[in-house]
Design a protein around this ligand. Sequence first.
Ligand SMILES: [Zn+2]
Length: 464
Amino acid sequence: MRLRNLLLVVFLALPFLLGAARPDFNKIGDESVENLSKYLQIDTTNPPGNEMDAVKFLEAICDREGIPATVLDSGKNRGNLYAILKGSNPAKGSLMLLSHSDVVPADAKYWKYPPFSGKIVEGQIWGRGALDMKGMGLVELMAMVAAKRANLPLERDVVLLVVADEEEGADYGIKWMFSQRPDLMKNIAGVVNEEGPGHLEKGKLTFWEVRPGQKGLVWLKLVAKGTPGHGSLPYANSAPNRLIRALYRIQGWETPIQVLPEAKRFFAQLARNETGKRAEQLKDVENGLKDPEFKAWLTSVRHYNAMIRNTISITQLEGSNKTNVIPPVATAMIDCRLLPSEHVDHFIHELKKVINDPEIEIVNTDVYEPVPASTVDTDLFRSICGVIEKYYPGALVVTPYSRAANDSRYFQMRNIIAYGFFPFAVPEEELATMHGNDERISTANVKKGVEMLYDLIVDFAGKK
Ligand SMILES: [Zn+2]
């Protein structure tokens, strides 16, 4: 072989000698946009869910790419998808890319484009689930496709898990997986799941949230009873009057402030965006809160307030259905969110003291016990930060609690590391479309998201 030919061969083989060649992300990005559009067209409104068609659609992509994948039937036309790229050292623990395929209902008459159209217009893909969270699920899959096509040498297993029923209790989804297929839920080094986007303001990234925990949830119904009668002759102790007095006391209850390590870290992270006294107070928030002025400011910001205390929102009220009828029963629903250190029973005990009326009945309608947050002192968290830094240099990463209850809790309660990390930077007005109208994601976010998650796989699960 002539020297020139030899050099050519070496040059062509170089990427393989050094590891995988960079996948063709232009091509994979375009395919991702097409695939997401199709995925969004499969109606998985939960209830009833009917996620089977959606996971079969994803399974077909895995089959075409040679990624081993299994659909796990959880009954009633519902199912979960498990796909895996094997690493050389599975004992190190897997990277699990988690998503749910069900979506919340959407009312087409409030949407600019129909919610199951998957329409691609002016650089955006429209549809229920674009952000929450078929968009991310598809991007997770396509990052694995990229790894597979590039023959990326892996040390850890990389697992894709797409579950049903996240929006309605998880009985056919993640809970089913843990109870029916515990063999597949073992030896997980870390889970990447929904929530935790980058926030854009006027096209500029303000901060990136990676969410390592979530608050507990308890929804309570307060029931007041009294003698019914004609509205022209009031009772001081009518059911609505009792209920209103109870609610008034709840509304005035300043739940105790408790600064857990997650909150301490979160406020210290925020200090970077401030100067002077406020920066100092954020850096040491426990000390800062001794200053009434600082405390008043911090607790006036709803997101900050929710980081340091249990919160209560009065949301539903019901009494008579006629103006001149005093009803025998009046009810209110309250939505309480509890810090990871709280216990539901203890919280209700304290609430009863505040209500101070033994005749008001308290009924639990939904309860998610608080779970411990994941530590951020992990290689996975460092990999996530590295990826954000690569694509958005200088980005401020903050680690608040999730805003809602999501499937990460079923890992966190088992002390398996789980983070909310969306590989998308999204303007606030688009984040607000999750569970709202006109949900959509930009094609740019989809394409970049695939590359970001691919780099996460390389960094956390790839051979070093
Ligand atoms: Zn979701």
